[in-house]
Design a binder for this molecule. Structure first.
Ligand code: OX2
Length: 825
């Protein structure tokens, strides 16, 4: 090796000196040498890149050191496998983590460059749909902050979640070309590419007297990794997020190219590259498309091989893998990793099946994020067998042995066997990925107490019986660095003033704020921060969409994916009822508590009902906002393209957080946690993590309404007839009739007829059954808001009592209950 003979090459990388002058020098260096421009001739994008590269330079030494340490120590680590990472903007987060925010500000100012302009320039990587992807992003932040040896693996989609626009109030999707100006945070590593095979057939062969199977694939693609730094919060640690991008293999190109068919060669390339082209925009409801399975296998196969090739010493004894790694499956999307891992051990490493299975069962754990039956992924056997024939054989064998064990325990209980089989027979023969993950996983966790309990008691109860102790709970959390410190600097400053530093990495310390709830001076400052956050949001909305939030309004916010189970319709009915009360003359406008209702929601492009609901919200908004009879006391605004960047502005400004899913349907929710931590009060059902929020903040500081999960079940069992609720409640009738009359569709009754008839005759998520209770709770909200001192007191207590919801705590729970990976010293 001649690589490291020069003394400079042997020295560790060092960060530039931490001073504004050194920062300026590095910034200008990057501008000149990376971008090839002088400051005077630079574009905003040039300056943004140079700044990002400067921040990277400061983090680089730590990153290289962490990579070295993780490899050398061979300590047990986590490979987090997730098809989505909804990262949000990186610049501010990395400045904060690196402790560089102040010197960057000073340095740029001395060059006449505004840090704020460069912040705004960043396009957020929207490589996720919603809660699940954002959770993965919070988790990698906490893993780095806690110093857990870990790597996040995922897909570098060329197009992230679509950009939402509204045309005549209806959602229109635009491609999100987040990479069009390049991404300064990534490091392409083409030399670490993996070849990923698909298709073909399997065969058996004689291996020195042993009959073995092997896969003879039909085609393959290259998986090229892009590395992203994930810095811990001011702790000198930097972890890695490795996202895979698909490119055509050279061999594939050449063969066709040599045949003289240039167009075909290009077509093949395009085909290969489709795999990482676009994020599927379905949230919680998989579509079962072939390309989706290709994406899933593509990234998990690349990740497993990457780990085995690059993280282990050459002579590693694979039997020891359970002491070295745990692959955490973020929902069912990466579950095809299980048969891939078995294939590697058995076919490639020639390990005995039982030994391989014993290892596999300790190396995987599975997080389930849903209870909706339609969200549990299944893959038709025909498709899986065509794309991954060897994997299907392996799944069959896993299932056979599993069902043998079930029979051995329970006898020939055919009903039970059918219910527990990894292979479903109806409507088409398919692989149930959640069952495969449950059978293979060392642990299975739900994402909030109620959800985990329902998983154990209902959705996977046979498995809980068969595998006692396998099921556990890890309640979700959110990173306080992004969602409190960065999103709400005003409140963060106030907290630090009151209780000192340290709470950002030990969020339970927010408890020390409790006494301040009774301190009028503190409450005044707290209220002033909230008012300032509203003004800041106003600026953003005015500039972004031309909206205006009126002074003195309660800010009532419902932001999340559009899904019927989340019940945006219930919120719409509340707005329509208030409106109807005033225009019918039953309620004086002056008696309406001034409110601005903010919605943010994307609908999956193929989800027709969700899109109709978006249309309805916009339609109601345009009528309500322009009706003078309301005297400006009720406003509905629906900024398009809700994303992480907008969330960071909306959440700190909110007074009221709407968490109104039908009990038993929202696995956890994480927006609910962000709002409470930023001092919004929740109106919510007993669902998901709302249950834990309410327990912590106390009934007096939470507006509970609606049926409990057992009540929902009981009503279902009795037979739910929504029209009975419609008939029985005059207010509800008036609201629905107003929508049906065409009042929000220029008299055209047909526009929202499908929404209305769905509510009246189906209403799967029992909007009408919870309506009365919801309206009553909203009346309590109005009354409470009228007493601003008491409201602020409750808001302070919400902040003080929700430190539990830090994703650092979630990660500690994963370590204690599932991973057993101590932090690296
Ligand atoms: C979401 C769940 O719907 C949400 O309740 C939860 O907070 C989030 O995951 C993070 O755990 N796709 N997205 C989810 O589940 C699935 C499936």
């Amino acid at each position: 090796m001649t690589r490291a003979t020069h003394p400079l090459a042997l020295a560790p990388v060092t960060a530039p000196e931490t001073s504004a002058d050194a920062f300026v020098a590095d910034f200008l260096h990057n501008l000149n040498f990376d971008r090839g421009v002088a400051l005077s001739a630079s574009s905003e994008n040039d300056r943004y890149f140079a700044l990002a590269h400067t921040v990277r330079d400061y983090l680089m030494a730590r990153w290289l050191e962490d990579l070295r340490r993780q490899k050398e120590s061979q300590a047990k680590g986590v490979c987090y496998l997730s098809a989505e990472y909804l990262l949000g903007r990186q610049l501010d987060n990395n400045l904060l983590a690196g402790g560089l925010a102040d010197i960057a500000q000073e340095a740029l100012a001395s060059c006449g460059v505004s840090l704020d302009d460069l912040r705004q320039h960043e396009v957020e990587p929207g490589l996720g749909n919603g809660g699940l992807g954002r959770l993965a992003a919070c988790f990698v932040d906490s893993l780095a902050t806690l110093g857990v040896p870990s790597i996040g693996y995922g897909i570098r989609y060329e197009y992230g979640i679509f950009r939402q626009t509204f045309v005549d109030g209806q959602q229109v999707e635009q491609p999100d070309s987040w990479l069009s100006l390049g991404s300064p945070w990534e490091f392409a590593r083409p030399e670490d590419a993996q070849t990923i095979a698909f298709g073909g057939h399997t065969e058996t062969y004689d291996d020195e007297g042993v009959t073995r199977s092997r896969w003879v694939p039909g085609w393959n693609v290259q998986a090229v990794p892009y590395n992203y730094m994930i810095p811990g919060f001011q702790n000198g640690r930097v972890n890695t997020l490795r996202l895979w991008s698909a490119v055509a293999t050279k061999a594939f190109d050449l063969r066709i190219f040599n045949s003289g068919d240039y167009e075909e060669a290009v077509r093949a390339q395009t085909y290969a590259e489709t795999i990482s082209k676009v994020l599927y925009p379905e949230d919680s409801t998989p579509q079962g498309k072939e390309l989706r399975l290709q994406q899933q296998y593509f990234f998990v196969a690349a990740s497993i091989h990457d780990f085995l090739d690059s993280m282990l010493p050459g002579d590693y004894d694979l039997a020891k893998l359970p002491e070295r790694v745990i692959f955490q499956l973020n929902d069912t999307h990466p579950v095809i990793a299980v048969p891939e891992f078995m294939r590697v051990l058995v076919d490639e490493k020639k390990m005995d099946w039982d030994a391989a299975w014993a290892i596999t069962r300790q190396c995987f754990a599975y997080t389930c994020h849903t209870l909706l039956p339609e969200a549990l992924e299944v893959w038709p056997v025909e498709l899986l067998g065509r794309l991954l024939p060897r994997h299907l054989e392996i799944i069959y064998r896993i299932n056979e042995e599993f069902l043998d064990a079930v029979r051995a325990r329970y006898g020939d209980d055919e009903m039970r066997i059918r219910n527990m089989s990894i292979i479903a027979e109806h409507p088409v023969r398919s692989v149930r990925m959640a069952y495969l993950a449950t059978v293979a996983g060392a642990k299975v966790n739900g994402v909030a107490e109620l959800h985990s309990q329902l998983l154990r008691d209902k959705v996977l109860s046979d498995f809980d019986d068969f595998f006692p102790g396998k099921f556990t709970n890890v309640t979700n959390g959110v990173t306080p660095r992004r969602f409190l410190r960065l999103a709400n600097p005003g409140l963060s400053g106030l907290i630090t003033e009151a209780i000192g530093e340290g709470w950002l990495t030990d969020l339970e310390r927010l408890r020390e704020l409790e006494p301040f709830a009774d301190d009028a001076g503190f409450r005044a400052s707290f209220a002033e921060v909230k008012a300032a956050n509203k003004r800041r949001l106003n600026d953003v909305l005015r500039e972004r969409d031309g909206f205006e939030v009126s002074d003195g309004h309660m800010l009532d916010v419902m932001v999340k994916r559009l899904h019927e189970y989340k019940r945006q319709l219930l919120k719409v009915l509340h707005v329509v009822s208030t409106y109807e009360g005033v225009v019918s003359g039953r309620v004086a406008a002056s008696d309406v508590q001034p409110r601005t209702v903010i919605f943010g929601a994307k609908a999956a492009p193929g989800y027709t009902m969700a899109k109709r609901i978006i249309h309805l919200i916009n339609a109601v908004g345009s009528v309500v906002n322009s009706d003078p009879r309301l005297d400006g006391r009720l406003k509905v605004i629906f900024p398009p393209n809700y994303n992480v960047t907008l969330a960071e502005r909306v959440i700190p400004a909110a007074d009221l957080s709407e968490q109104i899913s039908l009990a038993g349907k929202e696995a956890s929710g994480t927006g609910n946690m962000k709002f409470a931590l930023n001092g919004a009060l929740t109106i919510g059902t007993d669902d998901g993590a709302n249950v834990e929020i309410r327990e912590l903040v106390g009934d007096d500081h939470f507006f509970l309404f609606g049926m409990s999960e057992p009540e929902v079940e009981a009503l279902s069992a009795r037979g739910y007839r929504p029209s009975e609720f419609y008939q029985a409640d005059a207010g509800l009738r008036a609201a629905i009739d107003l929508i049906a009359s065409g009042a929000f569709s220029r008299g055209d009754r047909s526009v929202f007829e499908p929404v209305v008839s769905n509510l009246l005759y189906e209403d799967r998520f029992m909007v009408l059954a919870d309506y009365a209770s919801y309206i009553a709770a909203q009346e309590r909200v109005d009354a409470a808001y009228a007493d601003q001192e008491a409201w602020t007191r409750s808001a302070v207590l919400n902040v003080a009592r929700t430190g539990f919801f830090s994703s650092d705590r979630s990660i500690r729970d994963y370590i204690d209950r599932i991973w057993h990976t101590p932090p690296l010293a």
